[in-house]
Design a binder for this molecule. Structure first.
Ligand SMILES: NC(=O)c1ccc[n+]([C@@H]2O[C@H](COP(=O)([O-])OP(=O)(O)OC[C@H]3O[C@@H](n4cnc5c(N)ncnc54)[C@H](O)[C@@H]3O)[C@@H](O)[C@H]2O)c1
Length: 256
């Protein structure tokens, strides 16, 4: 699958990693629809990328991924604008265990809503097949003691990816489901949604979680996504960390 003229939705695409994905995919010839709760950043990002890549290449949809109706309307707007939908990047998140119900609703239920809608719009018969990329974290496999509930949401999307990514579903839908786990990544601005918890106890826990990890560049994370969208098999799990080339993560289902 080549990316030229493919239509890609990125949730939480207004800032940071989501925005870097948008920019990279535009460079590779895709059309982009950004879904985000934050209209100010979303509209700014859209205007800046339109100036760089052309007005008709990118739109912004105000969308709260916890609201199924708004999410569906944003899919419809994307289809009406570009005529098709090929790729969904489930990326929107919050990281703050103090607001654990919202965190779960965005990071897990939001990915589930996106997945169900992507099947409605992309499954063969209704669409042309396609790709869903679920954005995980290094804590998708290695628990973070500083953020147990965030860890739980990021573990859960591994299960979502493995089950929907199975050949059983792929054969029916023509939609690949992949998980791309991202290690700590540099921020170029203050994140709206990430944890801001400066208690000494939390800081001690963060130090344990960050052992052996260093912050990598945003554009590295974005570049490494492209070969995964192009070539990764359905159900596969990938990790990019420390500015290294992304690696496939082994998964064992041999318990039974
Ligand atoms: N930044 C890192 O170091 C890091 C590390 C590991 C994994 N990740 C993963 O990468 C992805 C992006 O991370 P980031 O650091 O760019 O995130 P961020 O917190 O900087 O941005 C998240 C975006 O999601 C949006 N958002 C939040 N709630 C929403 C909702 N209800 N509906 C729609 N949009 C909503 C925010 O407005 C924001 O634009 C996440 O899935 C995250 O788990 C990031």
């Amino acid at each position: 699958m080549l990316l030229k003229d493919k239509v890609c939705i990125i949730t939480g695409g207004a800032v940071q990693i989501g925005r870097a994905f948008a920019e990279q995919l535009l460079k590779d010839g895709a059309f982009i629809s950004i879904f985000d709760l934050d209209s100010d950043s979303g509209e700014l990002c859209c205007a800046e990328l339109q100036q760089q890549f052309g007005k008709n290449r990118i739109i912004f949809c105000h969308c709260d991924v916890t609201d199924y109706t708004q999410f569906e309307e944003s899919f419809l707007t994307t289809k009406d604008t570009f005529g098709r939908i090929d790729i969904l990047v489930n990326n929107a998140e919050i990281q703050n265990d103090k607001f654990w119900e919202l965190e779960t609703d965005v990071n897990l239920n939001g990915f589930i809503r996106g997945t169900l809608l992507a099947y409605q719009f992309m499954s063969k018969g209704k669409g042309n097949g396609g790709t869903i990329v679920n954005i995980g974290s290094s804590c998708s496999t290695k628990p973070f003691v500083s953020s147990p509930i965030y860890t739980a949401t990021k573990h859960a999307i591994i299960g979502l990816t493995k089950a929907y990514g199975d050949q059983y579903h792929f054969n029916q839908t023509g939609v690949r489901v992949i998980c791309y786990c991202v290690g700590p990544t540099e921020s170029d601005s203050i994140s709206h949604s990430r944890q801001n918890n400066n208690t000494p106890n939390h800081e001690r826990a963060r130090k344990i979680d960050m052992q052996g990890m260093r912050y990598q560049k945003l554009d590295h994370v974005a570049k490494e996504l492209i070969p995964i969208i192009l070539n990764a098999s359905s159900g596969s799990l990938w990790l990019v960390k420390n500015d290294e080339k992304s690696k496939e993560i082994p998964y064992s289902n041999e318990i039974f």
